[in-house]
Design a protein. Sequence first.
Length: 178
Amino acid sequence: MGRDDDGGEEYLFKVVIIGDSAVGKSNLLSRYARNEFNPHSKATIGVEFQTQSMEIDGKEIKAQIWDTAGQERFRAVTSAYYRGAVGALVVYDISRRTTFDSVARWLQELETHSDSTIARILVGNKCDLENIREVPVEEGKELAEEQGLFFMETSALDSTNVKTAFEIVIKEIYANVS
Ligand code: GDP
Ligand code: MG
């Protein structure tokens, strides 16, 4: 926490997005931060993070949201990526069971690299693909409950719950520090 020019409180929280390759991490971020969707996105190019603000209790809360540069494909997300993170979105793709099976490994990795107080949400993305769903909503909910995470199904394509998912994490971080 710092002070802004008017002497008001200023918050900047680091949030990381993790999960298997192609689950929609980069598109969730671009949808949230810029209201953009890219149907042909390959590995993330360039930017390491994007900053997005929201207001809680009349205070400006800035979230610095980090996206991988595609290194998750090689299981090579480094500890620098996690350093200082106070929130995390753990993402799978509801149309690919294998990405849900990987969640346990991502949670393990998060545990290794971050503080136990980190705010976490499990995100089942691509809920617009109902016709080829492989992971029932109930299974996502159960896993989240079991592991003590928030849970939300989202679609970066049609915007369903994207803002809500990020804001749940940011509100929880704020609740943890205020
Ligand atoms: P990342 O590797 O986890 O960063 O995944 P990307 O954001 O690059 O997305 C991988 C692919 O899934 C791209 O072709 C996206 O257009 C597509 N995608 C991402 N989110 C959604 C979604 O909510 N619904 C659908 N149908 N496709 C999505
Ligand atoms: Mg990406």
